[in-house]
Design a protein around this ligand. Structure first.
Ligand code: GLV
Ligand code: MN
Ligand code: MN
Length: 411
C-alpha cells in the first residue's frame, strides 16, 4: 500500500469524528453548520498538502485546483460531498472527495503533468438538510434561485439563507456560484455503490451508465384533532389514518411500476399534535419516487396524486401537496464511460456496467457537463446507515481507477 492510500483511510476516520449533532449511532454532519465548517477547513488543508490551490465559491462549494499546462482548455472536474444525512456512514460522498485528493497525490508522485486543469470539488449540501439535496451543485447549474433560499428550511425551520448567513456566506451572492459549462470538459465522481449489486456479483468496480433521479413531494393531510377517548370512530377525521393509507399506496404503486425499477419511499412523518390521547389533526410526510426511466416514474407519481385525492375525500381530510424536487435521470457520457472501462481493462480489474439508484451531484451537473461515475462495493449494500463500510483495498482500487481516468481525461 502506498503512503497516500494509508492516509486516505486515516483521513476518512478523522473526518468521521467531526459531527454537527450527535443523534445516536452513525455520523451526522449537516451542511452550513460549525462542524461542516471545521470539516471544510480540514479538507482544505489536505487539498493544499496535495498541492491544490483552494477556494470556496458563493454556495460554499470547496474547490482544489491543479493547474494544467494548457489552463485555457476546459477543465476536468472530480469530487463529491462531505456533508452527511442523519445517522450516516463514513464513506458516502467522503470517498469521492478524499479519494480525489489521493488520486491527485498519486498522479503528482508519478510525475504526471496534466494538460487540462484538474479541480477537486467538495459540493456543499448534497444531502437534503433543507428538503432538497444537492444545494451546491444546483447553485452551479443555476437551478437554485435566490428566492428559494428563503423558502427552503430544515426540520427546525432554519432557512438556507439563514444557515448560509450563520457561516459567513452571503445568500445574495448565490448566482456567483454559476459554472461556465464551456469551461468544464468532464466531471467524474467516485462513490460507494450504496447497494449490494457489486458485492453479490463479486466485482470490485462499477462503471455507472445512468443515474436514477428523484421526484419528491411533501404532503400535508389535515383532519381534526379531538379527544381520543370521547370521539366515536364514526365521527373522526384522523389525518394519520389517511397518511397510513398513503404510505402503503406509495409502496404498492412503486412495486407495481411499469419499469420494474421504480422505488418509492416515505421517509419522514410529522404528526400534530402528537399526543397519545389526541386524534391526529395534521400529518406532514415526504414522498420520494425514483427511477432511471422518467415515464415510469411519472406514471407512479400521477397515480399517487390520484390516490391522495381518493383517500382524502373518502376520509374528509384536506390535502396539500408541494413539489419539492423534480430531477431528470442523467445518462453518463459515453466517452467518459469508455475511458473508465479502458482504465479498468488496463489495470486488469473486472468491472460491471450499472445504474446508480442514489442521486449524486453528478446527476445535477449532468444537465450541463459530460459526467461519469465510478462505484466501489458497499458491504451488505448498506448506506445511509451507521454500518456503511467498504474494505480498504476496495477504496484503494476505486482511487486507482479514478486516478487513471483523470490522467486520461486531463492528458
Ligand atoms: C443521496 O444521498 C440520495 O438520497 O440518493
Ligand atoms: Mn447520501
Ligand atoms: Mn453521496
Amino acid at each position: 500500500m502506498s503512503a497516500t492510500t494509508a492516509s486516505l483511510h486515516s483521513r476518512i476516520d478523522q473526518l468521521a469524528r467531526i459531527q454537527s449533532e450527535v443523534l445516536g449511532a452513525g455520523i451526522t454532519r449537516e451542511v452550513y453548520t460549525p462542524a461542516y465548517g471545521e470539516a471544510t477547513a480540514l479538507v482544505s488543508e489536505w487539498m493544499r498538502e496535495a498541492g491544490l490551490e483552494t477556494r470556496l465559491d458563493a454556495a460554499g462549494n470547496l474547490f482544489g485546483r491543479w493547474n494544467g499546462s494548457e489552463p485555457q482548455l476546459p477543465a476536468i472536474w472530480t469530487g463529491s460531498h462531505f456533508d452527511t444525512t442523519l445517522n450516516a456512514g463514513a464513506y458516502d460522498g467522503v470517498l469521492g472527495v478524499l479519494g480525489a485528493i489521493d488520486a491527485v497525490a498519486q498522479l503528482r508522485a508519478a510525475s504526471f503533468v496534466p494538460r487540462r486543469t484538474v479541480e477537486v470539488i467538495g459540493f456543499a449540501g448534497e444531502e437534503p438538510r433543507f428538503g432538497a439535496g444537492c444545494i451546491g451543485s444546483r447553485a452551479m447549474v443555476g437551478t437554485l434561485q435566490r428566492s428559494e433560499l428563503d423558502t427552503m428550511a430544515d426540520r427546525d425551520g432554519v432557512t438556507i439563507a439563514a444557515a448560509m448567513d450563520a457561516v459567513g456566506l452571503d445568500p445574495d451572492r448565490i448566482s456567483e456560484a454559476r459554472l461556465d459549462p464551456g469551461a468544464v470538459a468532464a466531471f467524474v465522481e467516485l462513490h460507494i455503490e450504496q447497494g449490494a449489486v457489486l458485492e453479490q456479483r463479486g466485482i470490485a468496480v462499477g462503471v455507472v451508465e445512468r443515474i436514477a433521479a428523484p421526484h419528491q413531494l411533501r404532503l400535508t393531510l389535515t383532519g381534526e384533532a379531538r379527544h381520543a377517548g370521547s370521539t366515536p370512530m364514526a365521527l373522526r377525521l384522523d389525518a394519520l389514518g389517511g397518511a397510513a393509507e398513503v404510505i402503503l399506496t406509495v409502496e404498492r404503486l412503486a412495486r407495481d411500476s411499469a419499469s420494474g425499477t421504480t422505488v418509492g419511499t416515505v421517509g419522514t412523518i410529522e404528526v400534530e399534535p402528537g399526543a397519545v390521547n389526541v386524534i391526529p389533526g395534521a400529518v406532514t410526510l415526504d414522498i420520494d419516487v425514483r427511477d432511471v426511466v422518467l415515464d415510469a416514474r411519472e406514471q407512479v407519481v400521477s397515480a399517487i396524486h390520484d390516490a391522495i385525492d381518493e383517500i382524502s375525500s373518502r376520509r374528509g381530510l384536506s390535502a396539500e401537496l408541494r413539489e419539492m424536487v423534480f430531477d431528470r435521470p442523467a445518462p453518463c457520457d459515453p466517452q467518459i464511460v469508455a475511458t473508465v472501462r479502458a482504465v479498468c481493462e488496463e489495470l486488469g480489474t473486472p468491472y460491471l456496467d450499472m445504474a446508480s439508484g442514489a442521486y449524486h451531484d453528478a446527476m445535477v451537473l449532468g444537465a450541463q457537463v459530460p459526467i461519469g461515475m465510478i462505484f466501489v462495493p458497499s458491504r451488505a449494500g448498506l448506506s445511509h446507515h451507521p454500518d456503511e463500510y467498504t474494505e480498504p483495498a476496495q477504496l484503494d482500487l476505486g482511487v486507482k481507477v479514478l486516478a487513471g481516468t483523470l490522467a486520461r481525461l486531463a492528458a
